[in-house]
Design a protein around this ligand. Sequence first.
Ligand code: IFM
Length: 753
Amino acid sequence: MEYANWSIYSLENDVEKRQSHNALFTVGNGYFGIRGFFEEDTIGEVGNGGIYIAGINGDGVDKRAVFEGKRRDLCNVMNVLRLHIFVDGNQLNGVDGISNFRRELDMQGAVYTRCYRYNDRLNVTLSRFADMADVHRIRQDATLVADETMDLTIRALIDSNVTNLNYESCEPMPIQPGVNHIVSREVGTDSIVTLLDDEDSTRVFAGQQIMLTVNDIAVEGSIYNDDGISGREWNISLKAGDKVALCKLVAVYTDKDGADSEQKIGQFLTSKIDWDKVDAAHKNCWAERWATCDIQVDSDTDDQTALRYDLFELMCVCPTHTDRVSIGARGLTGEMYEGCVFWDNEIFQLPFFTFTDPASARRMLAWRYHGLDAARRYAQYNWFDGAMYPWESCEKGREQTALEGGGFYAIHIIADIAYAIRQYLSVTGDNAFILEMGAEVLMETARFWASRADYSEWDGHWHINAVRGPNEYDVFVNDSAYTNTLAALNLRTAAETLTKIKAEAPAKFVELCAKTDFDFSETEKWLTIADGLYICYDEKRHLIAEDANYFNRRPLDLNRAKPTAKRIIDSTMNYEWLAVYQITKQSDVVTLMCLLPELFSEAHQLAAYEYYEPRTAHDSSLSYAPYAWLAARLGKAEQAYEYFKNCAYLDIADIKLNTISGLHFANFGGTWQVAVFGFGGASFNDGKLIVTPKLPQAWNGMTYHLICHGVTVEVKITKTTVTVTAQGGDLPVCVAGKDAVLSDENSTITVKL
Ligand code: IFM
């Protein structure tokens, strides 16, 4: 991959790497995720495109039973960008006759472009974007310039002859066509309706409008419909220097967008398109978005571009149009994990949005609120109280982990949601959200912990037994330090929140009690449990154990267990063996120290870092960011930077060998946290922004942006100074140890380092 500040590009047209690069060149707008596939591809599985719509699924290939309903797949919907291009009767297929190949992702304008020469006589440029100004639209452009006389046939199509891409494993492998989730289709003029095999029998409606010019003169195309295909065709005789330009706008709606999807397509097909306005509106949206989140890095490395790439993809997948979906582990860029949402959302991805785009963070937390009833049913099903949020959630909030697949144990997700709500409130001050939604989630999650924890007469502690912490190589354990600490925080936050509402919004409190059958005396038990939860701790070493038994297990020779970059469980050991050893897939305690530094002294943090690092396999993409962040905080600048590189380039360099099946969104969010919280040294507590920079050697400086309590903040760090500028209100700050209150009159502080 090559780097150019605002873009990544590749000059390689290697069919072997095609699908992996297709994931990397994804563009999106929270409604669509569009992999970087070739529109004219006809070869095997790559001809399937790769367009996903948030919340649109097919019946799952995995037939194992789940808590309610069935497992689902993320559905590869019809390929609305298909092009057939023939030169003198020979069809371009993305491989043969190609030279001067280049594909590029412009992250500033959010446009993906691919160009090449065909048979040394035709220059082809193809570009597209998922419209950020109207998320139901996709724009496609094709420009062909002939060197000599030739007959050109071009068809711009909507093609419903696609299948899923069949990612059954996270191993790189030749991808074969997968399941066809489209059970029937109706082909119209410039439009298709497909019916999916999902539980709701969802229909997807697509329409297209096209303008084609030859040397700037518009030419009408004829209707070209075929089996499952709707489109237009042009047959043109070109002379040397002739230029063909095709602009196409696609509109897509589904039943889930409302009952009028069909009418909306009808209106779109007869509307007049101002092509320049479409471009400008999209660009403006992106300019606004970058203004509040961009990070500028002054360095001789490619870090600037890599970092921007990670933020770009996070924004591409962020739903701005609804609070009925959130961000899956692989977003809308691949089918692994079937679009499901994990703790990745709350702990890794959400902080980026909470600090740079609070409205989007609110929508994603509202999505959890809408999942409360499903979480209540799941708790009851498992004989617990309150809300048991699922480990792998579909957009309806239902557990997608197969029964007996670990959903019963991986319950830290419940406390992670409470953590994210607490952080959102602290950073935004959005009390209205707490009153409308957050308090109920906090209450029901606290009730869950109260019913899940056990008091032991034997040792006088409260315990949470049989859980799986973030370290999934611990299979299941008792008293995971991560789970117990966050559960205690969940219980305390719920008690504090309800105490506050009782005092400050009594009418709301009464309403909440009536709705949830809540009695304030429940909070007493919550606080007792929070105070009594057991954490295994070695006082002499200041060391917190990942779980009650971690110190008793035998060490593992990581060189033997992990001889290559492959995961231990894919190379040398199976899950059953793991419980014998001190082996950490991604460290619970290191992550905990990152999230709640106020609870741990520097000695605790140092001990955790040094003890767990040699025991950590980093077999999860979620592992590097916490290590980088903690290393930065501890002043281990070089280690921090090494880990940062693993994060920032994780997909670009395919470090996990599975980018093919989708990008790693938790890692993208983690990368932002390393940059801003780690190197940028930002934290926000009790209404105050604290900035304690920890720049790595390789960076001369950085500038980042935040929004705290509605105040927009710019932090500019050099090797010798740090400057914080605030706009839009008063903001208490502590910059490199110096306290101040920034305001409209006194908006900047500069401190020498
Ligand atoms: O949530 C993660 C988990 O921590 C490790 N396995 C992959 C999941 C999805 O990213």
